[in-house]
Design a protein around this ligand. Structure first.
Ligand SMILES: Cc1cc2nc3c(=O)[nH]c(=O)nc-3n(C[C@H](O)[C@H](O)[C@H](O)COP(=O)(O)OP(=O)(O)OC[C@H]3O[C@@H](n4cnc5c(N)ncnc54)[C@H](O)[C@@H]3O)c2cc1C
Length: 609
């Protein structure tokens, strides 16, 4: 085995340990890659129970009133600061501890209800929604998920009210997308009572205003010369904690405090370890599942604002003696924003419901939600910007700020390229393993191998001949449901073909991975949209409403999404990939000299941001 192969095998083994621990029920996204439609994950469309809905409605009314009176997004952007009164107000309403259990002073809301709250904030001010996300969705999430009762009792009460603030610190100079490459060291003290942390973190939201930071650092693995990442609770009053830069000047979400800090011989008691020692990456991955869900909610809110602004301007601004909305090329943009906003909300709701139902293994769906909603929001903002023409460029309108603010979404909590690769690779692993069973048995037949290969072959064959059933309740949706079923079947066929054709090299073929991931994301988005329309039609029927709800934007989404899926699948065989690689190679001379090497498996690790 050469050095590169050995490195790859090591990476595969580490990725397997990190991502595929234990037997799990087949989730929706993994089901798609096997040609299944796991209906009970996505249908019927999830609804917040009536009692919780009342509490949520009251909270939203209070929140809207507070935000109307006290939140000034343009001022926050200009001053590059969120006033403490705003933070205090959010704390009073409960936003900063929305999903924390009531016994620690939180509101005990479900993730679905929390997403509605974040949507409302994301609708108005991205700085504020990112601040809330950094504090609640990721900052104190590790405590909520992995804290012991003692840790929670000690830390949570002040954090959930906003009296104290939280942050999540993973990124370092050498550990950006490659998060597994954390260099911050945590050495155990001789008496074992504490760890001594050394290193630097950068780009950390809330770093300089937080009272508690969840910090990822590298600890020795007992009985070996290896190290692994462990999560620690660090406070800025610990000697050796130094803020290097409190507010790094930046392009968007300027109200957030993005900072750099150093830990120099900081003694952290062993009681401050969060989750199992050496399992910090797993802790981070789990935390980010929550962060990515509220990311979807914030993007949904911002997309709804885009729609409102586009409609308002297109209905009032006249050129050529017509309102802009009378021109088809403007209509097209408005229709697309409406369609995307509907889909983003549906995807966020369905994904949040996985968390609330305690389902296992929704890592792929949260990654899909993050990539899909951030990419669509970027398009929405570009469209509403264009509809406003020169006015959008002026700082008296919110559009240039919204554009600056939205750009971070495609980079933070996992760059979209990294997550795209992750979606394809993790999704393809299931069918890939089945093909491997079959291949290995053909090469080295044995009784045990034959039985495994037989099961694997049966699974692959049945997915190849059976179009999955998409069980909608409403008769008028049967056509869409059948189309979706057929596209899942075609997707499964395309995945199988890619696996058979490219085998292991597919781990590095990101252009192929991207098409497969994009098709999977649109299949998931279409499913959520179909489920939502179905739920709304059924509700209207139950309520005896005479008129059926207007689903023109949702219908458009399905048409466009189905068309995109067909395009992605066609691109697997009809593409310019060779020309793309050749042109890039001629620019990246270092690639030719072999000094740079990309690895698909590295991307798996990278997803933890
Ligand atoms: C405003 C802001 C707030 C942040 N808040 C936090 C926080 O609170 N906590 C925290 O821990 N971190 C935070 N981050 C860090 C953020 O998560 C990282 O910036 C992000 O993970 C990307 O890492 P990087 O910037 O080092 O980019 P790099 O890793 O250098 O990547 C640069 C680009 O290279 C490409 N790329 C990288 N790897 C691959 C691959 N495998 N395949 C294909 N393309 C690839 C992508 O296009 C990527 O955008 C924040 C960043 C910003 C800008």
């Amino acid at each position: 085995m050469n050095k590169l192969d050995a490195q790859r095998q090591k990476e595969i083994q580490q990725a397997e340990e990190l991502l595929f621990a234990g037997p799990q029920a087949l989730g929706f996204a993994k089901g798609l890659f096997r040609g299944h439609f796991v209906a009970d994950w996505v249908m019927p469309y999830p609804r917040i129970p009536a009692a919780q809905q009342t509490e949520l409605d009251e909270t939203l009314t209070e929140l809207r009133k507070f935000l109307d009176e006290h939140l000034h997004p343009a001022e926050i952007d200009r001053q590059a600061d969120i006033p403490r009164e705003v933070i205090n107000g959010l704390g009073r309403i409960g936003v900063l501890g929305m999903t924390a259990p009531k016994e620690y002073g939180g509101r005990g809301f479900s993730q679905m209800a929390n997403c509605k709250v974040l949507e409302e904030i994301g609708r108005r001010c991205a700085s504020t929604s990112v601040f809330v996300n950094a504090h609640h969705s990721i900052g104190i999430r590790a405590l909520l998920l992995f804290g012991t009762h003692e840790q929670n009792q000690k830390w949570l009460p002040k954090l959930v009210t906003g009296e104290q603030l939280g942050a999540f610190a993973l990124t370092e100079k050498e550990a950006g997308s490659d998060a597994a490459n954390v260099q911050m060291q945590a050495r155990p003290s001789e008496d074992g009572s504490h760890f001594i942390l050394n290193g630097e973190k950068r780009y950390i939201t809330n770093a300089a205003i937080a009272h508690e930071l969840t910090v990822m650092a590298r600890t020795p693995v007992q009985g070996s010369d290896k190290t692994a990442i462990t999560a620690f609770l660090v406070t800025p009053d610990m000697p050796g904690f130094e803020i290097l830069e409190a507010r790094m000047p930046k392009m968007g979400i300027r109200g957030t405090a993005t900072g750099r800090f150093a830990l120099r011989d900081v003694k952290v008691p062993k009681e401050n370890i969060l989750g199992p020692p050496g399992k910090g990456l797993k802790v981070a991955l789990t935390v980010l599942d929550f962060g990515r869900t509220t990311f979807g909610a914030c993007c949904t809110g911002a997309a709804k604002t885009c729609l409102e602004l586009a409609v308002q301007h297109a209905s009032t601004r006249k050129q050529f003696n017509k309102t802009l909305g009378e021109f088809e090329l403007v209509k097209k943009k408005i229709a697309r924003i409406a369609a995307d906003a509907y889909a983003m909300e549906a995807m966020t709701t369905v994904t949040a419901s996985f968390i609330d139902r305690g389902l296992e293994d929704y890592m792929l769906e949260t990654a899909m939600l993050k990539v899909f909603t951030t990419e669509r929001l970027w398009e929405c903002i570009n469209d509403v910007f264009q509809v406003h023409g020169g006015a959008a460029y002026m700082t008296d309108l919110p559009l240039e700020r919204m554009m600056r603010d939205a750009r971070i979404n495609q980079i933070g909590e996992g760059a979209n390229e990294v997550l795209t690769s992750f979606i394809a690779l993790v999704g393809m692993r299931g069918p890939g393993m089945e093909f491997k069973e079959i291949y290995d048995t053909m090469m080295k037949p044995s009784r045990e191998a034959m039985s495994k290969a037989w099961t694997a072959g049966k699974n692959r064959l049945s997915a190849a001949i059976r179009v999955p059933d998409v069980p909608v309740q409403s008769e008028q949706l049967l056509g869409h449901a059948q189309q979706l079923g057929r596209l899942i079947w075609r997707f499964n066929f395309a995945v199988n073909r890619a696996l058979i054709m490219y085998r292991e090299p597919i781990l590095d073929m990101q252009l192929i991975q991207e098409r497969i991931a994009n098709a999977a994301m649109d299949l998931f988005a279409s499913t959520c949209v179909l489920s939502r329309i179905d739920g709304e039609i059924q509700l209207a029927e139950r309520n005896g409403d005479a008129a059926s709800p207007d689903h023109s934007a949702a219908d458009l989404f399905l048409c466009q999404s189905f068309r995109r899926i067909r395009g992605f699948l066609a691109g697997l065989t009809d593409n310019d990939d060779e020309a793309v690689i050749a042109a890039a190679k001629s620019c990246l001379t270092s690639l030719e000299s072999g000094t740079t090497h990309t690895s698909g498996i590295q991307s798996l690790y990278a997803t933890i941001r």
